[in-house]
Each structure stands twice: as structure tokens, then as C-alpha cells.
Design a protein around this ligand. Structure first.
Ligand code: FMN
Length: 175
């Protein structure tokens, strides 16, 4: 590991500046599921993006975490609203993952979805859904970290879509 210099990250003091390509590659060894986080912005428009920073944080109370790049065009929407939905994708939804990671303008136009009691979109065919209310947001480095309480959830039978080393995978054999 190369430690070239130090830089200040908001609230995190001096942190080592590492080779970012190597770091990205090492982080890519951590296989994750894939989610699309959706909400409705102040103007009433649906917004959503692909995110694999999602994680379980606490069971009692039920809390989840995810993070959003500060340079994201979706940042304002998610900082403004209190509620959002985390849609956990199945391995038959790789096109949806690609769509919601793109800059395509009307992402919801081609994706089957419905609305929850708050009018927030959730995607048909997902492996699980978590309807969340934000309890904290904090800038951490170049991302905004959201912690949210799970108000409602549901899950289905589909196999999860996996992401590893910059590529998509399906679940392998059970060990
Ligand atoms: C598998 C995968 C996971 C991603 N996870 C995140 C994430 O956790 N947070 C994030 O800010 N962007 C993540 N992205 C990138 C966003 O999906 C992408 O930048 C966004 O949809 C494009 O809109 P924006 O540029 O306005 O953010 C991910 C992309 C992919 C393909």
C-alpha cells in the first residue's frame, strides 16, 4: 500500500491519500448486492439511482445505511426529502441497474413500478424493498452518508444481483 501524502476530509481530520485506482480495485474485492434507491423530489418528479453502498446497520431499531456521491445530480433530492425506498435487485434486473446508473432522463418511463403510501416509486420484480425514513445525513469525504429507519419492508423469491470488481454476477453455489 502506498501512502503518498495526506488530505483533510470534512470532519475526519488528516487521512492518507492513497493510489485511488488500486484502492478502487481492492474495494471491488468486496462483493455486494445491487440496489436502486428511489424517491420523489420537491417538484414531485421520481428520482432514483443504482447504489451498492447499501448496508444493514441495526436491527433494533431497524436501521440501514447508504452513501451518495456529493457530485451526484441526485444529491439535492435525497438531502431534501425525508423518505426513500431501497429496491434490492434480482439477477434478472441487470438492465435496470445499468439504466439507473446512467444519465438517461426518464428512467421510470421504461421500468414497471408502483407507488407506496407516500407516493414514492418502488420497482416491480425486486428481490426486496425497504421503505425508509431518514434519521441522519452526514458528509463523509466525497460522499453523503444517509442513515434511515426501515418503516416497512417486503421480500420476494428472486435471486439477488451481485456486483464484484466492476462486473455483475449471479449467485454461485452454496458452500
Ligand atoms: C453497481 C453500481 C453501484 C453504484 N453505487 C453507488 C453508490 O452507492 N453511491 C453513488 O453515489 N453512486 C453509485 N453508483 C453510481 C450511480 O448509480 C450513478 O452515478 C448515477 O446513477 C448517475 O447519476 P448521477 O451522476 O446524477 O449520480 C453505482 C453504480 C453502479 C453501476
Amino acid at each position: 500500500m502506498r501512502n503518498l501524502s495526506t488530505a483533510s476530509a470534512d470532519g475526519f481530520g488528516e487521512v492518507p491519500r492513497l493510489d485511488s485506482r488500486a484502492l478502487r480495485s481492492a474495494l471491488g474485492q468486496f462483493a455486494t448486492g445491487v440496489t436502486v434507491v428511489t424517491t420523489r423530489d420537491r417538484n414531485g418528479d421520481f428520482v432514483g439511482l443504482t447504489a451498492n453502498s447499501f448496508g444493514a446497520l441495526s436491527l433494533d431499531p431497524p436501521l440501514i445505511v447508504w452513501s451518495l456521491r456529493l457530485s451526484s445530480g441526485n444529491l439535492r433530492a435525497f438531502q431534501d426529502v425525508e423518505r426513500f425506498v431501497v429496491n434490492v435487485l434480482t439477477d434478472s434486473q441487470v438492465d435496470i441497474s445499468r439504466l439507473f446508473a446512467s444519465s438517461t432522463p426518464d428512467k421510470f418511463g421504461s421500468v414497471a413500478h408502483a407507488e407506496n403510501q407516500y407516493g414514492l416509486p418502488f420497482l416491480h420484480g425486486a428481490a426486496a424493498w425497504f421503505e425508509c425514513r431518514r434519521v441522519s445525513q452526514q458528509v463523509a469525504g466525497d460522499h453523503c452518508l444517509f442513515i434511515a429507519e426501515v418503516e416497512h419492508f417486503a421480500n420476494a423469491d428472486g435471486a439477488p444481483l451481485l456486483f464484484h470488481g466492476g462486473a455483475y454476477f449471479t449467485l454461485g453455489s452454496r458452500l
